[in-house]
Ligand binder design. Sequence first.
Ligand SMILES: [Zn+2]
Length: 381
Amino acid sequence: MQPLISTLPLMQMASGDELSLQLYRFVGESPGKKVYLQSNLHGAELAGNAVIHRLIDWLSGLEPAQLQGEIWLVPVCNPLGVNTRSHNFSSGRYNPYDGRDWNRIFWDYESATADSSDAIATFAQSHLESEPDTIVQAYRQQILAAFQIKAVQLEDPPGMPVHELYAARLQTLALDADYLIDLHSSANRGLIYLYYFTERAAAARMFGLQFAALLDNYDGDAFDEAFIKPWLALESAFKALGRHLRLEIEAYTLELGAGMELSPVAVEQGLQGIQHYLSEKGVIMGVPLPTVETRELVMTRTSQFTKYFAPVGGFLRSRVEPGTWVRAGTVLYSLLCFNKSGQLPSLKPIRAEHAGLVYDVSINQAFNQGEYVLAVLQPDD
Ligand SMILES: [Zn+2]
């Protein structure tokens, strides 16, 4: 099975150069779910590109009868972010034009207009007796109809600012998906894990990564959030009317290890996780998969993440590695602190507030006060 490849215009630069996205679309023999995957939305987060390459190879070796539905793959989905440098470093987390985080800009139907929540409640009321498939189809049309306003603005004056233009181009590809997977990594050095949303814990386990974190406190319009929040809002609206409905719509962000590298371990785990997920979901059928080494899966939630920031300026002299379990009171790291008060330099140890797993550490070993040093998670009970 070969992919359909299309090159899609993204935006034109002042120099006249055109930026584009390239989509690889595998279409199965029978209709089914649409799966959308992209990588490298943040400029330093490279590993997902290798995962998509491996997926293209893998899917190319399958027969169309082994795929039910479609799989859409968009590697290097943010050319501006991917190509940004400060000296040797890929620094493309923020758009230098307006300072925005590239993954906090996306259009979310749930909060797009003042009357969105009324529209969602009305929809639930009028579909109280409908079958889930009917609900998904009709609600998707409602979301796409609202998004048309963006599509029109893309073409006509007065136009729209860079972040909205970019978001609209990317979301045009993904808004009608059933399963959406956004491939990130740490910008620093981190473990391999994923973010999932409420009532999707069982499916999150299908990826078999080191840990899975429920997004129980959102911090903005990330790509996965903007996609799934309208669907979660619909499920809530049904719940308020007494109907419990878990729609077959899912979104995940995979975090594949360290930034600025394509670690073979992270690429392999990311690939295997996605293969197992697609297989368990019945998107890929009759394909034997390599058995995955059994890992103890830690379930947690983002409200149980603690980030540690340097309490004073200084230089790292010791630090626990990602993957270390610590107790409350364990020394997490120590800083070498110079001063301008006529004193000798000193070492300052920083201890863990709570027990947990160290899952991410900064690349830079020099810190101004308040800069990020490491992060610890507490598992669910
Ligand atoms: Zn990211």
